[in-house]
Write a protein that binds this ligand. Structure first.
Ligand SMILES: [Zn+2]
Length: 405
């Protein structure tokens, strides 16, 4: 059983006024999956090619997730926005499936995630979305223009249950159990210039106000080669903030005091949406990049797919320990050397005693999984335990509580 919770666990909704005069309701207490109410289109310039690109976002059925569709290719192939389809994380995140590729997907994905849209198709007639102003502002506006539509399938949110840490060079990213989605980040370049820190819980409200307008930034010395070789033909001061030495080159004042680190959080949100389900957890990152973000997404994906890892190590008492337990009333006495509790054959155990036994034995026999031990206990009929008491979900929750997660 996968430890998921239904819906967001947070807070009140808010109303966002559209520039067109319309109004859309962003509900942060959503219990159901959401798609777009109607299609919406955006045109612009691609970062790499500098060519005109047309993007259309479309409603999609429940459980579709976010998918990119290359309408300029024969058969209009689709690429699911899933971590399995990531093929490049150098400076941006790219997806590939078969012969179809889509570059620089993270800002679009962050907008869907931030706005709470679960299911949508993104049609493109080129290899990348329009870069816009280097933030997610244009995509967020597009989604708000299309509107959101609750669907008849419940949203399943994956709750991080075990801390995960990933390090790559001087980049570090961790995730810890938390009842909402929170991202804390410190960004800096190698020289320690423009070191910034920011932390916030992600909701549709904070997404739009605090993150969506944060533009990407780059260091001049890092992109000089790319500019000279025409590899970012769509790049300009209209699409990114450029830092050269101690100067900030931009066509408008910075939008936030901590715009750089806020953009890093935006990137984390977009990359982690590749897990394929909303998550709750506290992400703590230091100097993250797309490679580390995607590495964490893979590790979270593994945690989702391996619920057995939830189980604490456990083994039944060895037979020699049970020989001395002849009395049917013995329940939790210990042996002379104060090791494992003794439980008699056929004895009825309440839940608390089963838990005490499991935790005690897990400490002494770390190589055996709790599930295997539970199964063994049932088949030996040594204890009278109901199948419900043996569910991995039940025990994982209880043991986590016991360990004060
Ligand atoms: Zn970015």
């Amino acid at each position: 059983m996968i430890p998921r919770t239904k819906g967001y666990q947070a807070s009140s909704g808010c109303q966002t006024h559209l520039p067109t005069g319309g109004m859309i309701v962003l509900i942060s207490g959503v219990l159901y999956q959401q798609t777009l109410r109607q299609p919406a289109k955006l045109s612009g310039v691609g970062l790499h090619s500098g060519n005109r690109v047309n993007m259309t976002i479309l409603p999609a059925p429940p459980n579709t997730g976010i998918r990119f569709r290359r309408v300029d290719l024969e058969g209009k192939p689709e690429i699911e926005a899933r971590i399995e389809n990531v093929n490049e994380t150098n400076r941006s995140t790219s997806l590939a499936k078969g012969n179809a590729k889509v570059h620089t997907v993270e800002h679009v994905l962050a907008a869907f995630s931030g706005c709470g849209i679960d299911n949508a198709i993104v049609e493109l007639d080129a290899t990348e979305p329009p870069i816009g102003d280097g933030s997610s502002q244009a995509y967020t506006h597009l989604i708000l223009t299309a509107g959101s539509l609750p669907q008849d399938q419940e949203r399943e949110v994956f709750a991080i249950h075990t801390p995960i840490t990933f390090e790559n060079g001087d980049s570090t990213i961790n995730v810890f159990p938390h009842d909402r989605l929170k991202i804390t980040c410190t960004s800096a370049d190698k020289q320690g210039r423009f070191t910034q820190f920011f932390s916030l819980e992600i909701t549709p409200e904070t997404w739009e106000k605090e993150l969506s307008r944060a533009r990407t930034f780059c260091f001049f010395e890092e992109i000089e080669f790319l500019i000279k070789n025409g590899l970012i033909k769509g790049g300009s001061l209209e699409t990114a903030v450029v830092i050269r030495d101690d100067a900030i080159l931009t066509t408008e004042p910075l939008r936030y005091n901590e715009e750089f680190v806020r953009h890093k959080i935006l990137d984390i949100l977009g990359d982690l949406s590749l897990v394929g389900a909303p998550i709750t957890g506290h992400i703590v990152a230091v100097k993250p990049g797309h490679a580390t973000n995607c590495a964490l997404a893979r590790l979270i994906n593994q945690q989702i797919r391996r619920p057995i890892d939830l189980a604490q190590s456990f083994a039944p008492p060895p037979p020699e320990k049970l020989k001395g337990a002849s009395s049917s009333t013995t329940s939790s006495s210990t042996t002379g050397n104060d090791e494992l509790p003794i439980v008699a054959d056929g004895q009825v155990l309440d839940t608390a005693k089963v838990m005490a036994l499991s935790i005690c034995c897990s400490a002494s026999s770390p190589d055996n999984s709790f599930l295997a031990a539970s199964s063994a206990l049932s088949s030996f009929r040594r204890f009278m335990i109901s199948p419900a008491d043996l569910s991995p979900m039940y025990f994982s929750k209880s043991i986590r509580a016991n360990n004060a997660f």
